[in-house]
Design a protein around this ligand. Structure first.
Ligand code: NAD
Length: 216
């Protein structure tokens, strides 16, 4: 695969390049805030950057007929609409979390929320001090899976790649479901799975959970 990376010099961009190179994929486009290096036409563009890069990423996908795998968080509804529109022209995977464990957690908390209807529910998420958005995209995914308007508590401390806990409580007990990313590599591996999946696929919006669990 010939691929491009938007945000190539960032924490996630560097992980993506390492994981994709190990699989023998060829890096042909590097974009970040300061620079753009074009060495050839990419089949897929991977974006882990910032919402401010979205317009440029979409243009690059259109110009190169390249698929898009986007993990950038902090996107608003309008941004998500722009990504959906792009998926009419090229294959797209957008997810606020590319780890497998979180995809399992989303299913579990959705089921618990359905069963424990009248329990208190609150989400706690912890990320490194450099993270720009709060709450995290993953916390918003968890809230959606719970199908309830629940409080989210965001901590920005140290170098934490990403911890998420959903706490369910009544007067006598607490049930906590937690996920901890211990390396950013896990997100890059998920992005690799998504990129290899959409290679030579028809235009469309492909859901990451379906790529992981099947059913596309
Ligand atoms: P970072 O700050 O280390 O890197 C950001 C990169 O984006 C830099 O290379 C920067 O130059 C570039 N960038 C910023 N604005 C840009 C613009 N307007 N145009 C082009 N490039 C631009 O951040 P990070 O920790 O690598 O995280 C990047 C994004 O990925 C964040 O939104 C983060 O929340 C998200 N993320 C998603 C997942 C997931 O699984 N979906 C996992 C981890 C991080």
């Amino acid at each position: 695969m010939r691929y491009g990376v938007v945000g190539f010099s960032g924490r996630m961009g560097r992980e993506v390049i390492e994981v994709f190179s190990e699989r023998g994929h060829e890096l042909v486009l590097k974009v970040d805030l300061e620079q753009e290096q074009y060495l050839g036409k990419p089949d897929v563009i991977v974006d882990f950057s910032n919402p401010s890069a979205l317009k440029r990423t979409v243009k690059l996908c259109e110009e190169n007929s390249a698929g898009l795998v986007i993990g950038t968080t902090g996107l608003n509804e309008k941004d998500l609409e722009i990504i959906k529109d792009l998926s009419k022209k090229v294959p797209v995977v957008q997810s606020f979390n590319f780890s497998i464990g979180i995809q399992i957690m989303l299913r579990i908390v959705s089921e618990i929320s359905r069963i424990l209807e009248d329990w208190d529910v609150e989400i706690v998420e912890i990320h490194h001090r450099f993270k720009k958005d709060a709450p995290s995209g993953t916390a918003l995914l968890l809230k959606k899976a719970l199908n309830k308007d629940v409080p989210i508590h965001s901590l920005r401390i140290g170098g934490v790649p990403g911890d998420h806990t959903v706490n369910f409580a009544n007067l006598g007990e607490i049930l906590s479901i937690s996920h901890r990313a211990i390396s950013r590599r896990t997100f890059a591996l998920g992005a690799l799975k998504a990129a290899e999946f959409i290679l030579r696929k028809e235009p469309g919006f492909y859901e990451f959970p379906k790529i992981v669990f099947g059913g596309v």
